[in-house]
Design a protein around this ligand. Structure first.
Ligand SMILES: Nc1ncnc2c1ncn2[C@@H]1O[C@H](COP(=O)(O)OP(=O)(O)O)[C@@H](O)[C@H]1O
Ligand SMILES: [Mg+2]
Length: 165
C-alpha cells in the first residue's frame, strides 16, 4: 500500500487537493475521510465535487446520512457524500444499500477516525490533521488500490508538492 503526505497551509490547498484527485478517480472509487471536526473534510469534498463537475453546492451532510450530487454533464461521475459520524462503528458501506449507485459514482465517506478498515477493499484513505501546537494542516493518503492506480494517484499528490511517507 502506498502512502503519501502533503502539507496544506491554506484552505485553498485542501480544496485544490480534492480538485486534483478528482481527475484520477474512477467509477466505484470509495474515499474514506478521517479527521476531527474542522480538519477540512467538507472543504476537501467540495474540491472533489468541483473536480468531478457535479451539481452543487456540496455541503456537510449533517442532517442526512448520504447525499448524491449528480454530474453536470452526462459523461461525468456523481458524487455520493456519506456522513458516518452518527452511525454505529461497525457499519459497513453495504448496509447503506447504495451498491448500485456506488459502482457508478465516486463515494466519499466521512468518519471520525479509525473506523474505516472494513468498508471497501479498494479505497483511498484521506486523513486530515491539524497540529495542536502549530495548527499546521496535513493530509495523509493511504492508497489501497492496485499498484498502477496507486502510482497514478500518488503522482497527482506529488505534483502538488506532496511526498511519499
Ligand atoms: N488547509 C487549511 N488551512 C486552513 N484552514 C482550513 C484548511 N482546510 C480547511 N480550513 C478551514 O477550516 C474550517 C473547517 O473546515 P471544514 O472543511 O468545514 O472541516 P470539517 O468538515 O472537517 O469539519 C473552514 O473554515 C475551512 O475553510
Ligand atoms: Mg464537515
Amino acid at each position: 500500500m502506498r502512502t503519501v503526505r502533503i502539507l496544506l497551509p491554506r484552505a485553498q490547498d485542501t480544496h485544490s487537493l480534492g480538485v486534483a484527485l478528482a481527475r484520477s478517480l474512477h467509477p466505484g472509487d470509495v474515499l474514506v475521510l478521517s479527521g476531527d471536526l474542522g480538519a477540512g473534510k467538507t472543504t476537501f469534498t467540495q474540491g472533489l465535487g468541483e473536480g468531478l463537475g457535479v451539481r452543487g453546492p456540496v455541503t456537510s451532510p449533517t442532517f442526512v446520512i448520504a447525499r448524491t450530487y449528480p454530474p453536470r454533464l452526462p459523461a461525468g461521475l456523481a458524487l455520493i457524500h456519506v456522513d458516518a459520524y452518527r452511525l454505529a462503528g461497525a457499519l459497513e458501506l453495504d448496509d447503506l444499500d447504495l451498491d448500485a449507485e456506488v459502482a457508478q459514482s465516486v463515494t466519499v465517506v466521512e468518519w471520525g477516525s479509525g473506523l474505516a478498515d472494513r468498508l471497501s477493499e479498494e479505497r483511498l484513505g484521506v486523513t486530515l490533521t491539524v497540529d495542536a501546537a502549530t495548527e499546521a494542516r496535513t493530509a495523509v493518503l493511504s492508497l489501497h488500490l492496485d499498484p498502477a492506480r496507486a502510482d497514478e494517484v500518488a503522482a497527482t499528490v506529488l505534483a502538488l508538492g506532496g511526498e511519499p511517507c
